[in-house]
Design a protein. Sequence first.
Length: 470
Amino acid sequence: MVEPLWTSEEIVEATGGRLAGTPFAAQGVSIDSRAVTPGDLFVALSVNRDGHDYVAAAMGEGACGAMTERAMGGSCVVVDDTMKGLQCLGEAARRRASGARRGAITGSVGKTSVTQVVRAGLERASLEGFGPAHGSVKSYNNHIGVPLTLARMPKRTRRAIFEIGMNHAGEIAPLSRMVRPQAVAITTVEAVHVENFADGEAGVARAKAEIFAGMERGGAAVLNADNRWFDYLLAEARKIGAKPRVFGRAKHADAKLTRFAPARGGASVEACIDGTTVEFPIRLSADHWGPMSLCALLMLQALDVDLATGLAALSEFEPLEGRGAQRQIHGPGGVFTLIDESSNASPVSMAAALDNLGARSPTGRRIAALSDMLELGGEAAARHAELAAKIETNDIAMVFCAGPLMKSLWRALPPARRGGWAQTAAELAPMLAGAVRAGDVVVVKGSRASNARVLVESLIALDLATGEGR
């Protein structure tokens, strides 16, 4: 018999709630009635919508019980506040999995993909007999995603990895205290969300350093030696007794990048890790994946996964949807390559995506389809216009721009490189879809809220329309 993730009795004990209806045993936890699988506990959060309106739907999809703020019929654990109840359940999961070694990752760029590489390494170690692994799915990194990931952690877990993000100061610290990691990583600190910080990037650095707030003393702090905030983050880590583990191109790095070269299907990486030279392939081609791959390997080592297992997991890791995933599109004019970077964007990640495009040698043209980068404050127009230099350097033949901020880039481009501009991604999509030809390589990138994903979907629709979609 499969051991349940939670019994109603355990949920009551963890949350201080009361059981209404018959006892139940849950195999999972869900906050979305559309994503419920049979045997889940459905937590009726009231965030954008009142989750209590969807309890019946969740039960209809097979939820065995719900956490609610009032009796709803069926089996419910009734609590005063379901958000607080989810947090309590997450903290109870951490306490009962007392043997689990926990890691947490944050950073301005790369944190989701690095977290998923680490998760892949933990799962590979689990298959090799090192005990059950657990981790964040997608980018579940906020005040809901972190306690949800914790609440889903089985009691027999031996290693777990969590992603922690932020938009404002004060958001990471409580999540770090919830996870209480024994190892943390900060991928990099860049000018992301600066609109929310009076002192700009310095405020972002302080906010990222909040990840040390809940860290257990003596744990490993994996830090980027090439980042301008390295010395500050190193000092903050040492304040709480963390042991630094350093990656990057710097001579003093524990994992020193010595070569990164594009290769068929990705890139080849050479590094010196703790005095040992290693060379390995990865399926990600953007230049920043040289140091990010080393960040993942050091984090895995900090969670007691050996280097060989980490390298094997890294070599098999596929780029995530919206974060560098590639697809061959069979359009009306022939086959072209789509690079999907539509998940998010900042000046540094946008520059990296353009550099990655510039490193390609297509039989056709290099094309960039870009939507607004958000939360850049008073620097927004200038940071968009600055991309024109990267486009020139990387010989990108045609640029399509969506959004009022991207108009600054549009104006900075020479007429020969202007593919099209529109107020929204939806308006730009048909211009882009009508322009691509056989042999082109197209990168789509922009902030999630500026709907760059619409541009990706318009190109995928070409694939489906030909009947060649895959």
